[in-house]
Ligand binder design. Sequence first.
Ligand SMILES: Cc1cc2nc3c(=O)[nH]c(=O)nc-3n(C[C@H](O)[C@H](O)[C@H](O)COP(=O)(O)OP(=O)(O)OC[C@H]3O[C@@H](n4cnc5c(N)ncnc54)[C@H](O)[C@@H]3O)c2cc1C
Length: 465
Amino acid sequence: MTSGAAPIAVIGGGLAGLTAALDLAEAGSRVALIERRPFVGGKAYSFDDPNHHIQLDNGQHITMRCCTAFQALLERLGCADIVRYQDALSVAVIDPESAGRQVSVLARAEVGWLGRLGPRLLPAPLHLAPSLTMYDHLSTVEKARLALALEPIRRMSESDRRALDRQSFADFLLAHQQTPRVIERFWDLIVLPTCNDRSADVSAAQAIQVFQEGFSRESAAADIGNFVRGLGEVAETALARLRERGGEVHLNAAASALTVEGKSVTALRFGRDQELEVSGVVVALPPKQAMTLIPAGWRRREPFWRLGQFEVSPIVNVHMRWDRPVMQRDFVAVLDDDAQFIFNRSKLHGWSDEHWISVSLSGAHELAALPQPEIAARVERAVRRALRRTQDAALLASRVIKESEATFRPKPGMASHRLRARTSIANLFLAGAWTATGWPATMESAVRSGHAAAAAVLEQEHSHA
Ligand SMILES: Cc1cc2nc3c(=O)[nH]c(=O)nc-3n(C[C@H](O)[C@H](O)[C@H](O)COP(=O)(O)OP(=O)(O)OC[C@H]3O[C@@H](n4cnc5c(N)ncnc54)[C@H](O)[C@@H]3O)c2cc1C
């Protein structure tokens, strides 16, 4: 496209929209980014806490080495050092129940190791075997059962995996001799934070994709990357790069309507009744918001009716400030619904005088429905149960952030509703973590979807040139 032509409008400044806009601008297209809020980042943003003069994230995020598209974006933006990867997968898992029962074995019983290995001598998934034998929160018999599901998952072909989309992962696991206790104490430890729901509510195909990517192929794939600075930096850097490449940026400007003539979008209304003539649009919004932009006459048609099939799943974060350090590790997992994962925000960010931890609660349907003070109180009790160092510590402040629509619900049967970038409106393309990337709703999925949408736009332009 020449620079004089009407722009491609990218609607939504989350990671999907930013990636698509950058790809297009760097390929020489004229791009206009339209974002409803005064800042970019979407589900992954940072904000200043005015009371404590620090920066917090809406939700504590992690990445993994298998998230290669996200990692490549960081490198392209020159901010790869925002992530610190583990040398090898290592997750300390706390079982507050066993700690309370048997104080004498606190050190051993409290912390089990899921995947602690020095040199990677064994091919995946055998690299997990030595650490699984040391995982204290399952019995020897239960640990032996894990192989009965891990091995079929490792061997499963992509087509066999896809065929399992209508089954829940819990049903798949039960059929492979896993018990509800094993599901709760092992499988859900990974399914809940990656798919944002429990095995009972997640499509088997989706959960198996996670285990294949993370645990079956490359032994380093599941190494966890923590953010050592506010995550908002990624989106802000992408925005600055987009501006450098000549992209037009409209913040505080919600898109409200698309004009479709024949089978093409010709214009976009946004902000306070502004109208933009466009040569095409990338709608990089969650399904519900995307649907509101689709003209009424198209909403019941293929593929757009599928946007109405998505449900959402919440994530609750509680950022807590203590009067002293309450944990040593970068993060821990907790076998408690009200704690799940606790991150040592101060340690990760190198804050020596402030003692902040962030509790991240995925698939927190029940908790998210409660008033904030009740959430804060429940999570404080859970943190005190899990971390012994809180015993004499005072909680100075806590901040609850509910993201009620954090991700789509990856229920059985959702794969067929996840849409590709191209649609039946010739120059309307879709992006977003919920689109047909095969990945759960993650930053990786958002970035992949942005690349796919930009590639589809450019392919169409070339075919018309
Ligand atoms: C609390 C939390 C924790 C998470 N943890 C992780 C994690 O650890 N690891 C991981 O990989 N992923 C995690 N995720 C998921 C990840 O953040 C998202 O999947 C990803 O950021 C989604 O990006 P997106 O661009 O598809 O959508 P969004 O981020 O939702 O972007 C959509 C954008 O569109 C804008 N918008 C909406 N309506 C309009 C309109 N009408 N006009 C213009 N703009 C509009 C919105 O303001 C937003 O900026 C987490 C998400 C949350 C909420």
